[in-house]
Design a protein around this ligand. Structure first.
Ligand SMILES: Cc1ncc(COP(=O)(O)O)c(C=O)c1O
Length: 347
């Protein structure tokens, strides 16, 4: 759905609408695969407790411990997406700046709340240049690693964006796709105005459950909590948050991220065999951004061959020559690259 005020980029477009039943889904960056028992069991068990209103105490404490924070530095949200709405409502920003290309929902939420948004657009290969953010920005939103570029910015560069009197929001929805999370700021208390957003949607395949959280100073957490709807996170989602915060979960997350890095390297190798295709940047997450001629026709032809990829033209800073492709297992990537090779020969 186009968002008011932007006639060019459809900020309300998301990859899920590009996937039809039976298609190979390379458009949505949610990991598929069986849910581990340690996650499925508490979610299922929580169904026996639905008569009670949700109690966040255990989940909040577990998430805090996982990141070396205190419970009053944690706000559980109905997916990371809800955090954008809370920020847009609670931060009285005069000059909010969104670093693009990135997930479009932060800008959409800001606009919906009546903010006038300034875009700081990074050119390919999309390395963060803190000087592109205006000095008077009092709310800055940046993704790390960034969707859709798959670029992982050094934490040191992100920190350069912090200022007294500025709220700095780092969307780390994909941080758990990087082994060891080397550039995460989740545990940092010393960065002024920092808010780190996290999602449990991607790695754990929980997009339908709606669970994420943010980490920030207690005063900021309270301000954001004050505009949150009552009982925003359901009991099954709280059970998932608790389960995903254990040492076992974090260790498994790392194993998944390491395997993902291998699968991504394979996909990249195969894509580099295609002379028409250029990688937008060195990818570090569960998707890769590609630039190719006649990308729109290519995307449509891929659909006819059963492959859904994410269009790039709805992202400010990109355009019709870009597509984003999810990293899947090697067999899926091989099959995709061979279909892409055929398609590129005929479009
Ligand atoms: C970069 C980024 N941040 C946040 C979100 C929202 O995730 P959630 O499902 O936790 O609301 C998405 C979803 O696509 C995303 O790509």
């Amino acid at each position: 759905m186009p968002v008011a005020g932007d006639p060019v980029f459809d900020l309300g477009h998301h990859g899920d609408v590009e996937v039809e039943p039976g298609m190979v889904d390379l458009a949505v960056n949610v990991r598929s695969g069986p849910m581990p028992d340690w996650l499925a069991e508490p979610i299922a068990a929580s169904l026996g407790d639905l008569a009670r209103y949700p109690d966040q105490t255990t989940a909040r404490r577990a998430v805090a411990e996982r990141h070396g924070r205190d419970p009053d530095e944690v706000l559980l949200t109905a997916g990371a997406a809800q955090a954008f709405v809370l920020l847009a409502r609670a931060v009285p920003a005069r000059r909010p700046v969104v670093v693009h290309p990135q997930f479009t929902e932060p800008e959409a939420a800001l606009r919906a709340a009546g903010h006038e948004v300034t875009r700081a657009v990074l050119p390919a290969p999309f390395a963060l240049d803190p000087d592109r953010v205006p000095e008077d920005a009092d709310l800055v939103l940046v993704g790390n690693p960034t969707n859709p570029t798959s670029v992982l910015h050094p934490a040191a560069d992100i920190e350069k964006l912090a200022r007294p009197g500025r709220v700095l929001v780092v969307d780390e929805a994909f941080a758990d796709t990087t082994p060891g999370e080397p550039e995460s700021l989740a545990a940092r208390r010393d960065v002024a105005g920092l808010v780190v957003l996290r999602s449990l949607t991607k790695t754990w395949g929980l997009a339908g459950l709606r669970i994420g959280y943010l980490l920030a100073a207690p005063e900021l957490v309270s301000r954001l909590a004050a505009v949150q709807p009552l009982w925003p996170v359901s009991t099954p989602a709280l059970a998932a948050a608790t389960a995903c915060a254990t040492h076992q979960a974090v260790a498994e997350e790392q194993r998944i991220a390491t395997a993902l890095a291998d699968d991504r390297a394979h996909l990249v190798r195969r894509l580099r065999e295609l002379p028409q295709v250029t990688l937008g940047a060195e990818p570090a997450s569960s998707f890769v951004l590609l630039r190719l001629p006649r990308a729109e026709q290519v995307r449509r032809s891929l659909r006819l061959r059963g492959y859904a990829v994410r269009r790039g033209d709805t992202f400010p800073g990109l355009g019709a020559e870009w597509i984003r492709v999810a990293v899947r297992d090697r067999a899926t990537s091989d099959a995709f690259v061979s279909v892409l090779r055929d398609v590129l020969e005929v479009v």
